[in-house]
Design a protein. Sequence first.
Length: 353
Amino acid sequence: MINPLSSFLGMFSHDIAVDLGTANTLVLVRGRGIVIDEPSVVAIDRVSKRILAIGAEAKRMVGRTPSAIVAVRPMRDGVISDFGVTEKMLQHFIRSVHDSGGIGITKPRVVIGIPSGATEVEKRAVNDAALAAGARAAYLIEEPMAAAIGARLPVMDPAGSMIVDIGGGTTEVAVIALGGIVVSTSVRAAGDAMDQAIISYARQVHNMLIGERTAEQVKIDAGSAYPLDEESTVELRGRDLATGLPKSVDLSTVEVRDALSPVINEIVRTVRATIEITPPELVADLMMRGIAMAGGGSLLRGLDRRIAVETRFPVYVAESPLWAVVRGCGEALEETETLQKVQALVASRRPPR
């Protein structure tokens, strides 16, 4: 239940919505829109444990730091892996908004998106981190629901809507009707797994060692999930595992697609498995409305077409898919009734076995 005092104090503060993602953290301030879009990376001094950089500055240090500095990602597979660092990161982002004049005279309410399969312990960790970071009150909303709201799907209709949210750590698939999640599935096959698949391919096929940043760039430049009209090549640079010397090879989009295929196949299987357990009446709705895709992973070329071929449903990518979850969290802030409903849903749902 939302405290009336909290609602009154909300008149004197600009509440915020947070998409606490594995790859990026986005912050939306009510009335101002998205004000922060930074990588979820923190640079720490190994000896003093002092935080040296957060966000884009810290990401630039990945793979390039001296032994005394380590660049870590406190979020893994969509959940908190390092509570202390996550708290500091949230604190930094909330203070950044506050210092720029984005928050009023009182502490803000914070709405945070969490994976649909989060355990009670993981939910508590996110809630505690937000409160410790300076929030007056913290509310949790499941990411598939937030993504569906942010993608402008009619989630309150009795007819079904389907969302596939492909983030950095997890892919969330859900069928939504009457403001609730009817069926949902979460799988740890997403952006990070794609990067690791490219790293493994370079090692096994080309006997090269490449870093995460290089793999991510290859995924963006040459990644695809369906044959392209015009195939191309990209230069891959790394270290030769045999000689230890620098090595460069031309990697075709066909090779990158082969490297990504295990992860893509897992995502497709998850979508099909979710459809198989969806009530028949809702499946009929989905055949008409199609499947909406959100999250950074949905931008992989040809992925929408691949899912459409495999499921025989129309598939489309939502507008500004990277911002869908934080937009949905922001919409929940605007509607107290919606916020109360999603809070009740999060509290009542148990992670799938």
